[in-house]
Design a protein around this ligand. Structure first.
Ligand code: ZN
Length: 295
């Protein structure tokens, strides 16, 4: 072997050694940053009202680390939003809820169920059907998701100070209405949130009556006050009455709504009502995704 070849071999080994060391350093940094990323949200309650256009989608990270999605917006923009708010390696959602069957709430869930490992699918069965709902149900049936229909009320406990109360409006003898939605009350780490889908005045009145009924109110909530209320039906005039907002004693009203939507949401009188009651209003059409850090 010539002297030139020896030098060449030595250089090749040196380059390989340097590359190996760099690879080890890169791997250590990657593992370290991933663990930091996953720990960053642990122990904290994070609630993101996602900017998905005209519709609803709320991503919740519980202090226990579990992840909840309430509604999936109208289309696959939800995939982009989840990509922004979940670590890139997280492909699991512990609970996915859909409040009711309308496309602006379930349109994005078909792909979610295909692309994510959804552990539990929670909903309020009702007298409604649509081709989109059929597609969603077929996707859910083909997945590993545990089917959780809420017939009346239910409670899901995550820890001593973190739980969800669920209520199907059918329990309240509310007349059948295509907007009737699963009522979701989150009480976690000392913060309370109410998500009421597209429910209307009749459901609000029935909730007020139930909370005043001392014998039965513990089926859902005897005390309705919350820190944050996701305005019902995108701030529509058919909901969010003064009486209901007063009972909630809400501090922050979040309206999930699309820019220049054809429905005219939110209703100007709803905004005026909130203003006159001193309630802070945030809107996804004006503010983008609205994030609440409950730590
Ligand atoms: Zn809606």
């Amino acid at each position: 072997m010539t002297k030139f070849n020896l030098i060449k071999q030595f250089r090749t080994r040196k380059i390989r050694l340097i590359l190996f060391i760099l690879l080890v350093i890169f791997s250590i940094l990657l593992v370290w940053s991933l663990s930091l990323y996953s720990e960053r949200g642990r122990g904290r309650l994070l609630v993101n009202f996602l900017d998905i256009g005209q519709g609803d989608a709320v991503l919740i990270r519980l202090p226990s680390g579990q992840t909840i999605l309430i509604d999936g917006g109208p289309d696959n923009i939800i995939l982009r939003r989840l990509g922004e708010y979940l670590p890139f390696y997280q492909r699991r959602l512990d609970y996915v809820f859909y409040s009711h069957y309308h496309a602006d709430h379930i349109g994005g869930l078909v792909e979610i169920i295909k692309r994510y490992e959804v552990n539990n699918l929670v909903y309020a069965p009702g007298d409604y059907s649509s081709a989109l709902l059929d597609t969603l149900e077929q996707s859910a049936a083909a997945s590993q998701a545990n089917d959780m229909p809420i017939i009346s009320t239910a409670q899901i406990n995550f820890s001593d100070d973190c739980f969800l109360n669920l209520l199907n409006p059918r329990l309240l003898q509310v007349p059948a209405d295509q907007n009737n939605s699963l009522v979701i009350y989150l009480n976690c780490a000392g913060k309370k949130f109410l998500f009421s889908g597209d429910n209307n005045h009749r459901v609000e009145q029935a909730l007020l009556a139930l909370s005043a009924d001392q014998e039965n109110c513990d089926r859902f909530a005897c005390d309705l006050w919350v820190d944050v209320f996701k305005a019902s039906h995108h701030g529509s005039k058919t909901a969010n009455s003064e009486e209901f907002l007063l009972a909630l004693q809400v501090q922050l009203l979040v309206i999930s709504v699309g820019v220049d939507n054809r429905f005219g949401h939110p209703y100007p009188a709803t905004l005026e009502r909130a203003k006159s009651l001193g309630i802070i209003v945030k809107r996804t059409d004006l503010d983008g995704t609205i994030s609440f850090d409950g730590s």
